[in-house]
Design a protein around this ligand. Structure first.
Ligand SMILES: [Zn+2]
Ligand SMILES: [Zn+2]
Length: 125
C-alpha cells in the first residue's frame, strides 16, 4: 500500500490490540475509527504509533484531494467538531481515516466514536 500523500510505502504497525498502517515517509496514519478509539484506552499507544513530527504532518495536511490507499476512491475531508483545527480524510467506502502525523495524538484527548455521527463533511474549497 502506498501513502496517498507522499507515495512512500505504508507499513502495518501493531501495538497491543491496535493495528494500523503508517507511512514510512510522512508518518501519516491510516486506520479504522475503532483503532483511534482503541488507542485512547491503551497507555502510550500514541507515543508508540504516532511517531511523526506534528510539523511534518502540518506540511502534508495541505495536501488534500487524496484517494483511499486501499479502495482508490476519493476521500472526504472531515473536521473534528470539538477540535476543529483537526482535519482528516475519511473513505466513503471502507470508512477508514487518514490522519497526518500528530493528529492521532491530538485526537486521543477525546472519545471519537461518541462524536463520529456528528462529523460533518468539510468544504474542499
Ligand atoms: Zn506519506
Ligand atoms: Zn477505503
Amino acid at each position: 500500500m502506498e501513502c496517498p500523500k507522499c507515495t512512500r510505502p505504508m507499513e502495518t504497525q501493531i501495538f497491543k490490540n491496535i493495528e494500523l498502517d503508517r507511512c514510512t515517509g510522512c508518518y501519516g496514519i491510516f486506520c479504522s475509527p475503532e483503532m483511534i478509539d482503541e488507542g485512547k484506552e491503551v497507555w502510550l499507544a500514541e507515543a508508540v504509533l504516532d511517531v511523526g513530527y506534528a510539523s511534518t504532518g502540518a506540511r502534508y495536511d495541505k495536501v488534500d484531494e487524496i484517494d483511499c490507499p486501499s479502495c482508490n476512491v476519493k476521500m472526504d475531508k472531515i473536521s473534528d467538531p470539538v477540535q476543529t483545527h483537526i482535519w482528516m480524510e475519511a473513505c466513503p467506502q471502507c470508512s477508514k481515516i487518514f490522519l497526518d502525523a500528530g493528529e492521532y495524538t491530538d485526537l486521543k484527548h477525546n472519545t471519537i466514536l461518541d462524536r463520529f455521527r456528528d462529523w460533518r463533511k468539510g468544504n474542499r474549497a
